[in-house]
Design a binder for this molecule. Structure first.
Ligand code: T6T
Length: 326
């Protein structure tokens, strides 16, 4: 029948178009630019991205700066744009400073997806503002993650409440700003007996975070806890607590889960780690870029989950699998 013939033709067409890229030997190249290269979070993200790239027959390029900073990230971005990849996945290191540099990619016809962090407001494809041009934002819900950290810290401290503070990287990073925002909102709304002291910014330097812990403790001998808002902040804050001889007395909640977190949880230095799922971010980043390149529409935002790791569950393989790869 005509109807059947029509369906047959449509099928033949779609199969033909779908395999065109392979038939012509077109291999897509997708670049993944992390916040910095030597960070277990982004190393794990790259693993997930590689799994998707291998499944799709895509070439994946992982290239980034040595520090979490626009100063080192923008030159890498410029070099990547010059190589004209088919798509760019990037964790922008600043909400405003990466807007212009990423526009250059957009102007060169290279689709941009941001992973982990966002530019502007993080609301993309809205037709408003000058930073809504990325196609999608794939990340943890960082405000919620901050709220989860606050609840875990309040639990660890218990009835009496007391003083805590946030060890953070620097203002202008979407993820860590949102974690602090969520943490403070949760404390204010639901834990009125906890006082949040001034945030200490460590520039992603664990040693600085450790000295700051000791300085805050020196000024506040009744300090009850600290929230390390990312991997380096948390490692540093934990080391500071240990160096001050306050293990177990000053509670530590860590954002992120490098391998060292397992020992720190077992020893009681860290009460809980809020592990992100960076491999999922990388996997869905590559899948989304590929979907776009092959003519599919993609969501403007994809949220990935968290796993709270503590002494009770740290040896469960279903939990331990969320510890990051080095
Ligand atoms: O916490 C992650 C990431 O989500 C954040 O944007 C920057 O710091 C990390 O990479 C951990 O070091």
């Amino acid at each position: 029948s005509i109807l059947k013939a029509g369906v047959g033709l449509a099928l033949a067409l779609s199969v033909g178009i779908g395999s065109a890229a392979h038939a012509q030997g077109k291999k897509y190249t997708i670049a993944l630019i992390p916040g910095l290269t030597t960070d277990a979070f982004y190393i794990t993200m790259n693993k997930g991205a590689k799994a998707a790239a291998d499944a799709l027959g895509v070439d994946l390029v992982f290239q980034g700066g040595p520090e979490f900073s626009p100063t080192t990230q923008v030159p890498v971005l410029d070099a990547i744009i010059a190589r004209k990849p088919d798509a760019i996945l990037i964790a922008p290191t600043d909400v405003t400073q990466l807007v212009e540099p990423l526009k250059k990619a957009q102007d060169a016809g290279i689709p941009v997806i941001t992973v982990d962090t966002f530019i502007g407001t993080g609301k993309y494809q809205t037709g408003s503002g000058d930073a809504d041009f990325p196609l999608s934002y794939i990340a943890s819900d960082n405000v919620m993650g901050g709220r989860m950290a606050a609840r875990a810290l309040a639990d660890a401290i218990g009835e009496g409440g007391g003083k805590v503070y946030v060890s953070n990287v620097k203002p202008g990073i979407s993820t860590t700003d949102q974690r602090e925002e969520g943490f403070k909102a949760e404390m204010k709304e639901n834990h009125p007996n906890i006082t949040v002291l001034e945030t200490q910014f460590n520039e992603n330097d664990a040693n600085r975070a450790a000295s700051q812990l000791q300085a805050v403790y020196a000024r506040n001998s009744d300090l009850k806890g600290v929230f390390g808002a990312n991997l380096f902040s948390a490692i540093g804050a934990g080391n500071g607590v240990q160096q001050a001889g306050q293990t177990g007395n000053v509670k530590v909640i860590a954002f992120d889960a490098p391998t060292s977190i397992v020992d720190n949880i077992n020893s009681g230095l860290v009460d809980a780690a809020i592990a992100q799922h960076p491999a999922e971010i990388g996997y869905f980043g590559v899948m989304s870029a590929y979907a776009h390149l092959t003519g599919q529409s993609i969501p403007t935002a994809i949220g990935t989950g968290f796993t709270i790791i503590n002494k009770q569950n740290v040896s469960d393989p279903n939990v331990a699998k969320y510890v990051y790869s080095d």
